[in-house]
Design a protein around this ligand. Structure first.
Ligand code: PEP
Length: 248
């Protein structure tokens, strides 16, 4: 009985003006969605996005959060700042953060616990590189990422985290995992959550697929029993495409 959740990850795209145009076009197209609809926008767009989405079924999220409450952390944005701006969700541990900005399982864990403490709903990204998949290391990599991210997180809190399984080789490449590959790996992630916590938590937690998900492959991916949604990069930048994914 998990409610599907489709989230757009705008990455470093869209000024405030672009945000106004995109969300105004998107709202009527997704108003009857059966899933939770989220847009994770750049920090500078959050306040305007929240204003525009008030009274609609679109929820707004950020793309990272600092692990400290406040202080000498130049360039970081705190959980309190996000909450006051109206953000509900926050993407954490995205592979682009891990690859370009030195994010590790330890820093992801610190950000995750900080998000939870402040009432933000984390969308935790995990996934293997192409070399890791080809070297049969996918399960080991995911085990380490999950154990690291959920360190010191209680079962009740974990059940409210959304996990995004994003094979790094499928992000922004146009290569999608087949629905069978995505289902198999997401079912493995769910079994790991059962090991880290219990069956009830594993059954409750929502796990998305992410990696070149688009209007043409969304319905097949969403038909898989363990896939509870999608984290959508490129296809979330066009209202019509994102709406088609949302209305899978
Ligand atoms: C992402 O950025 O999380 C993502 C899945 O990107 P894309 O859909 O463009 O592959």
């Amino acid at each position: 009985m998990r409610k599907p959740i489709i989230a757009g990850n705008w990455k470093m795209n869209n000024t405030v003006k672009d945000t106004e145009a995109l969300l105004t076009e998107l709202q009527p197209l997704v108003k009857d969605a059966k899933c939770d609809v989220v847009v994770c926008v750049p920090f500078t767009d959050i306040v305007r996005a929240v204003e525009l989405c008030k009274g609609t079924n679109i929820h707004v999220g950020a793309q990272n959060v600092a692990w400290a409450d406040k202080g000498a952390f130049t360039g970081e944005i705190s959980a309190a700042m996000l909450v006051e701006a109206g953000a509900e969700y926050v993407v954490l541990g995205h592979s682009e953060r891990r690859q370009y900005f030195g994010e590790t399982d330890e820093t992801v864990n610190k950000r995750l616990t900080q998000a939870i403490r402040n009432g933000l709903k984390p969308i935790l990204c995990v996934g293997e590189t192409l070399a890791e998949r080809e070297g049969n290391k996918t399960e080991g990599v995911l085990q380490v990422q999950l154990a690291g991210a959920f360190k010191d997180v209680e079962a009740k809190q974990a059940a409210d985290v959304v996990i995004a399984y994003e094979p790094v080789w499928a992000i922004g490449t146009g290569k999608t995992a087949t629905s069978a590959q995505a289902e198999e790996t997401i079912a493995f992630i769910r079994s790991e959550i059962a090991k880290l916590y219990d069956r009830q938590t594993a059954d409750a937690i929502r796990i998305q697929y992410g990696g070149s998900m688009n209007p043409s492959n969304a319905s097949e991916l969403m038909a898989q029993p363990d896939i509870d949604g999608g984290l959508i990069g490129g296809a979330s930048l066009k209202a019509a495409d994102f709406a088609k994914v949302v209305n899978f």
